[in-house]
Design a binder for this molecule. Structure first.
Ligand code: HEM
Length: 155
């Protein structure tokens, strides 16, 4: 899926507004994620509010930053996203979790951007997240299927 030029501009502008408050945004994000889906909490090694969780939040924001920097050539980040997705299988992440993370991300942007969170900005971020999640889900599914096939061959 290709993002429209106008969406690329909206995402860049709004991410620039969020970046200076990245640690706060990451904290809000995890708070909302765990409120939406408490069952996701145990997948994370760290306690909310701990230094480890802050570091985890900054990794998430960094990865989003990489995607935002490559918005007009997302193909270039596909291999990194696929590897990320395979690591997520090992973290215990399931396909159904992706929608929850997307919802928590959009909610966080709404909090951070205030009046600047227009329907257009929301739609642009939803399109970006859906694109990233689709790449990750495809890679994660293949991986899961491969594991199942390998296991089936062994037994
Ligand atoms: C576009 C979507 C996502 C992005 C960009 C993203 C990004 C990241 C990054 C950069 C890391 C750091 C570790 C690494 O690089 O392997 C990470 C770890 C993690 N992510 Fe994600 N993630 C996404 C979706 C999800 C979803 C849907 C879940 C579901 C709950 C999730 C749960 C986790 C967990 C459990 C960890 C490991 C935390 C730990 O080590 O305690 N992520 N994620």
């Amino acid at each position: 899926m290709q993002l429209q030029a106008e969406q690329v501009a909206l995402i860049r502008r709004s991410f620039a507004q969020i970046e200076p408050i990245a640690p706060l945004a990451a904290g809000l994000f995890y708070g909302q994620l765990f409120a939406l889906a408490p069952e996701i909490r145990p997948l994370f090694r760290y306690e909310p509010g701990s230094p480890g969780m802050a570091q985890q939040g900054s990794k998430l924001m960094q990865m989003l930053g990489v995607a935002v920097a490559h918005l007009d050539r997302l193909d270039e980040v596909t291999p990194a996203l696929e590897a990320l997705a395979r690591r997520h299988v090992a973290y215990g992440v399931e396909p159904a979790h992706y929608d929850l993370v997307g919802a928590a991300l959009l909610w966080t942007l709404a909090q951070g951007l205030g009046d600047d969170y227009t329907p257009q900005v929301a739609a642009a971020w939803a399109a970006l997240y859906d694109t990233l999640a689709a790449v990750m889900l495809r890679a994660a599914h293949v991986h899961t299927d491969q594991l199942a096939a390998e296991r089936a061959m062994r037994f």
